[in-house]
Each structure stands twice: as C-alpha cells, then as structure tokens.
Write a protein that binds this ligand. Structure first.
Ligand code: 1GP
Length: 237
C-alpha cells in the first residue's frame, strides 16, 4: 500500500453522504486508483464516515480522511488530510476549527499520519466556497501567489486547487505547478471523463475525481485507465 502522497497520480474522493452499492465500491477500489479520499462539504457525520471506512477497508488501498467537520473525525484511516483554506477571510477555516480539534484530540493524535493541505477554492458556486466564505474571484496571479504562499511560506506538502463541480482553467493550473518547488499539486473539479483526466493530469501532479463517481461510474473508472500509461512505471513494454 503506497502511503507516500508524492506517488499518487489519481485518487477518487468518496462522499460519505452519498450512496454506492457494494459492487460499485468494489469497482472503485479495484480500479487501479492510487487512493481513496473520504470527504465532503456537507452531511458528513461520524456514523456515515465510519461506515464508509469499514467498507473501503475490505480492499487493500490507502484510505485518507479529508476532515471538514470536527464531529466526523474517525480513527482508523491511513492518513488525515487537513484543509487550510487560504482564500477565505474567515479565520475559522484557517486556524479556528483546527485549534478546537487539536484542543480536543491533539494529545492522542498520530501526527505522522496528518498532512495539511493549502486549499484554494476556485469555484465560488461550490458548497465548499459557500461554507467557508472563500473569495474565489481571483486571477491567475492571485492563484499562483496563494500557491506559492502555501509552498514557500507555510511549507504545506500539498497545494489543492479546488474547482469542485466545474472544470478549471488548465493554463492557470499549469502556472501553479510552475510556481511550486516542494509541494505536490492536487487538482480537483469537473473531471467528467478520460479527456479531462488527461488534461488535468498534464497540469497537476495528482488529480481528484469526485462527482463523476456518482453520475457515471464507468466514465469515472475510465479516468484511471486514461492516465495510467503516462506513468513511467506503468509504461507498456
Ligand atoms: C471535490 O476536488 C474534488 O472536492 C473533485 O471535484 O467532484 O467536481 O470531481 P468533482
């Protein structure tokens, strides 16, 4: 099982608040994706998170929890991804909730499994933007500056450009990757099939496929295959 996020090129993000049959979940977990991230912007509870973890655990692939609610911090995940929203004026999403969670659980946490993400929310209509009050009216220079801030100032290991629900500007995403030296660039948003998966994978280090799982599972599975042969280790003879 590959827990080094630097090796991940493709991940599926599963929403505990949406349903998948056992057969669908099996296809996802056996698809060849590098990992599953469990997370969502609304309706995520302790119970639905535990349930999904238990079901994913039947398969041998990394399972990370992206924490968006203190009530849904569930032990037993391989990794814990902690979004720090860089483009919100609301400090709750930068340090507020984080400080409260650490106050509660800090002494018992396995810090080796915790990975902060410098999160930049680019779709102002997304639930993530509405919940966090993110200011998504940014140009490419604003975006690159947030990314560089995450990389060089805060030294976050992940910069996550989040277009959730809409396909982003790939030129801008490519500019972000140019600007980063150490951080890994995660891109998520609007990947609706192999073509967009390839485009996004050409501009970011790791692509995240979410909604498509629930809208068109076969297309979602095809995104794994689409980028597979871009990986040197998977190259055909
Ligand atoms: C959402 O970045 C992910 O957090 C994926 O976005 O749901 O649009 O694929 P989509």
């Amino acid at each position: 099982m590959e827990l080094d996020i630097r090796k991940w090129k493709h991940v599926f993000k599963l929403d505990p608040d949406r349903s998948l049959s056992d057969e669908q979940l099996e296809k996802i977990c056996l698809s060849g994706t590098d990992a599953v991230i469990v997370g969502g912007s609304s309706g995520v509870t302790f119970d639905n998170t535990v349930e999904l973890l238990g079901r994913v655990r039947r398969f041998e692939l990394p399972c990370a929890l992206e924490i968006s609610s203190m009530d849904a911090i569930v032990p037993g995940f391989d990794l814990y991804l902690i979004p720090v929203v860089l483009n919100t004026p609301d400090g709750q999403w930068i340090t507020g909730h984080h400080q409260q969670a650490i106050r509660e659980y800090g002494a018992m946490m396995n810090w080796d499994a915790v990975i902060p993400e410098g999160y930049i929310i680019m779709n102002g209509q997304s639930t993530a933007a509405l919940v966090t009050g993110a200011d998504s009216i940014l140009d490419n220079k604003d975006l690159a500056a947030y990314a560089r801030m995450a990389d060089k100032l805060f030294r976050f290991p992940i910069v996550y450009v989040e277009y959730s629900g809409t396909f982003g500007n790939m030129d801008w995403v490519a500019q972000v990757r140019e600007a980063l030296e150490d951080a890994r660039l995660f891109y998520g948003g609007g990947i609706d099939g192999p073509d967009k998966a390839r485009q996004a994978s050409g501009c970011a280090d790791t692509i995240v496929v979410g909604n498509l799982i629930y809208e068109n599972l076969e297309q979602a599975l095809a995104t794994v295959e689409a980028i597979r042969y871009d990986r040197p280790e998977d190259a055909r003879e």
